[in-house]
Design a protein around this ligand. Structure first.
Ligand code: UD1
Ligand code: CA
Length: 451
């Protein structure tokens, strides 16, 4: 049976106090609406419609690559009015699932069974909430749903009902369309309530079914920055739990942030305060120590990331040791057994097996061979103020501390560069190259005295 999905996303979200439309507010770096769209796709709908209003152009632009029917609701006259705008685009056959653009972490299994129930009947996803204030209440008689009453329209007894309307519903298209036409706005908020279709279904002698959610996060909508922060932590805990179920040791699941996708091999350990962004692949036996940020990178088996390292768009081989306080910028490619120490920055460079760059260095646009030792404070001067130039350091080279390699330049295999050199021409293989002022001592030198 064909399924249409309508996502309501027209509201401004005034309480966010933001220029960004509410449904574009980010949860783990992804807009709220993105979660609803991705979950919708998993139900294989024949059609996906999103009702937009406030900031509609920006919302459309954000998801322009997706196959979405955009529907503009010029004035936000209520949830019923919003779905009514989509009605002309919904086919007569099949059923329609209604989702909210600000309820990101829906329970896909529950919604699957709601979809089943919504093939012949109106089916409503409900939830039993200890503190139901603010939500529409489910009014039942002899166990059967009779109507939904909004908080503002509730009498004193109805206020005590704990079963609430999550807003998520599913109904056969021909019935839904006829009900939408019959809605009015005779209520305390002068809005066209979608919830009134429950009463209309009863009028038409069609039983209203329900599915009950068992996890509050899965039905929670977001209206404020505080609610967004609470949802973020919930999402992070869920993500951490998935990784732990795969065998990853997470020292404290309340202190990890995954803003993208992490895949991990066997026996990976992640210490507190780490942030993962984009796509990160961790090999087996990888350790990520405290307060590191890793974005769009691959870390090979048995490699160790020491604390406070910052790694972006980099490929790291096996048995490497990075940090503490290392910075690997885009285009860094480390082979195996490479050591990168504290306050070392690498950019757009390949570093081969068993090479050490242990302290206070900058290596950019370089090709560094095997078993090279780069001394503390070595800088590849890759930028002349206008263009970038490459540096090549061949295998078994030893670069003395505080060396400036002025690119383009090449250091031949097995060469040694004396500490403190400024190298402006290629250094031949095997030789010691010294390029610095000669040391002299002036005897009898008198220290200046205070006048
Ligand atoms: C709605 C339900 C209520 C339910 C609650 C769950 C109705 C009348 N009430 O109430 O029973 O308990 O959700 O959160 O349906 N929207 C539009 N266009 C509009 C109005 C709303 O697109 O004209 C969108 C909003 O952007 C939002 C969603 O629909 O994503 C819900 O709207 P909201 O105003 O928050 O509904 P509630 O009054 O909370
Ligand atoms: Ca709401």
């Amino acid at each position: 049976m064909s399924l249409s999905i309508v996502i309501l996303a027209a509201g401004k979200g005034t309480r966010m106090r933001s220029d960004l439309p509410k449904v574009l507010q980010p949860l783990a770096h992804k807009p709220l609406l993105g979660y609803v769209i991705d979950a919708s796709m998993s139900f294989n709908p024949t059609q996906l419609a999103v009702v937009i209003g406030y900031g509609g152009d920006l919302v459309k632009k954000t998801f322009s690559s997706q196959n979405i029917q955009w529907i503009e609701q010029k004035e936000q006259l209520g949830t019923g009015h919003a779905v009514l705008q989509a009605a002309p685009f919904i086919e007569d056959e099949g059923s329609t699932l209604i989702l909210y653009g600000d309820v990101p972490l829906i329970d896909q299994k529950k919604i699957q069974s709601l979809i089943k129930k919504g093939q012949k009947n109106l089916a409503v996803l409900t939830y039993s909430k200890e503190e139901p204030t603010g939500y529409g209440r489910i009014v039942r008689e002899s166990g059967k749903i009779k109507k939904i009453v909004e908080e503002k329209d509730c009498d004193q007894t109805q206020k005590h009902i704990k079963e609430i309307n999550t807003g998520i519903m599913c109904a056969p298209n021909h019935l839904l369309k006829s009900w939408l036409k019959r809605l009015n706005n005779q209520n305390s908020q002068k809005e066209y309530y979608l919830t009134d279709i429950v009463g209309l279904s009863i009028q038409d002698n069609i039983e209203v079914l329900s599915e009950s959610a068992d996890n509050e996060v899965s039905i929670t909508g977001i209206n404020t920055k505080s609610e967004l922060a609470i949802m973020e932590r919930n999402y992070q805990l869920m993500t951490a739990k998935q990784l732990m179920e795969q065998g990853v040791t997470i020292i404290d699941p309340s202190r990890i942030d995954i803003r993208g996708e992490v895949t991990a091999g066997q026996d990976v350990t992640i210490d507190v305060g780490c942030i993962f962004e984009g796509k990160v692949v961790l090999g087996s036996h990888v350790k990520v120590a405290a307060y590191s940020l890793i974005k769009d990178s691959v870390i090979g088996d048995h490699s160790m990331i020491e604390p406070y390292s910052h790694i972006v768009e980099s490929q790291i081989g096996t048995h490497c040791r990075i940090g503490p306080f290392a910075r690997l910028r885009p285009g860094t490619q480390l082979q195996n057994h490479v050591h990168i120490g504290n306050f070392v920055e690498i950019k757009n460079s390949e570093v081969n097996d068993h090479t050490n760059i242990n302290h206070l260095s900058y290596v950019g646009d370089s090709l560094v061979g095997k078993s090279v030792n780069i001394g503390a404070g070595t800088i590849t001067c890759n930028y002349d103020g206008a263009n970038k130039h490459p540096t090549t350091i061949e295998d078994d080279v030893f670069i003395g501390s505080n060396t400036a390699l002025v690119a383009p330049v090449k250091i031949g295999k097995g060469a040694t560069i004396a500490a403190g050199s400024t190298i402006t021409k290629d250094a031949p293989p095997g030789d010691l190259t010294v390029s610095r002022g000669k040391q002299t001592s002036i005897s009898g030198w008198k220290k200046p005295t205070k006048k």
